[in-house]
Design a binder for this molecule. Sequence first.
Ligand SMILES: NC(=O)c1ccc[n+]([C@@H]2O[C@H](COP(=O)([O-])OP(=O)(O)OC[C@H]3O[C@@H](n4cnc5c(N)ncnc54)[C@H](O)[C@@H]3O)[C@@H](O)[C@H]2O)c1
Length: 255
Amino acid sequence: MQRLRNKVAIVTGGGSGIGRATAIRLAAEGAKVMAADISDLGGRETRRLITKAGGEAIALRADVTKAGDMQRMVQDTVQAFGGVHILVNNAGIYSGEDKRITEIDEAVFDRVLDINLKGMFLAAKYAFPQIAKNGGGASVMVSSIGGVSGGFVTAYGTSKGGVISLMRSLAGQYGHKNIRVNAILPGPIDTPIHEGVNIARGMPPHSRQFGKTPMITNRWGTPEDVAALIAFLVSDDASFMTGAAVTIDGGSTAL
Ligand SMILES: NC(=O)c1ccc[n+]([C@@H]2O[C@H](COP(=O)([O-])OP(=O)(O)OC[C@H]3O[C@@H](n4cnc5c(N)ncnc54)[C@H](O)[C@@H]3O)[C@@H](O)[C@H]2O)c1
């Protein structure tokens, strides 16, 4: 499928997990891709995988919490590919704090909100005017089922709930500029994001103590499962979708 021929896409957090799989999928569908990540190695590896498969990609070490980095991410993309049509606002961390509000460090709360929410604000702030300038396009913001479920992931859940709210603001503000904006709410997806949290909890890096699904396979999602949804949402197949929050969790919230 070449649904994204002649499109230019930026993927934040494009150096690992969902971001890498999305960058690869968008490139396979014809897009030219900027893989921006705080990990230089991760971004460059994504670029290598895309170019090896015959696609076009560039990579940039960029921190989503820094306005200057987000400006540069957009400028470099325009310089390399002539414009921007798609922003996949994906970079994020999972704090896995699992604590009551009285026990959460203020610094942890600040860091999670800074990366997961302010980071998406900054990427959109600089990318959206450029997308509008290029005649419009689409954006997907990666939230989480944690953003609507409550419980003990206070900082993470708050940040991801905020992402849904930010998505709706952007969808409302940019519809008339021909930019569609949607959020996705993944459930348990098999990426490196869980490893650090597992280790911090004294568990093996790949342990899976949450995320049961009602499906017969009871499997976790793969980054490629999520990339397929993102590719659909940024393509013309989703041309009547904007302002939506789409869950992709194998039914785990249905249990
Ligand atoms: N894996 C899951 O189960 C799951 C579930 C729901 C939502 N999500 C969300 O999906 C998104 C991608 O996560 P993933 O699971 O692929 O994890 P991941 O750790 O594999 O990838 C996240 C990427 O973001 C990058 N990143 C972190 N901080 C950054 C910063 N300040 N600036 C730029 N890049 C930064 C990391 O270097 C990494 O490459 C996150 O927003 C996460 O919250 C993941």
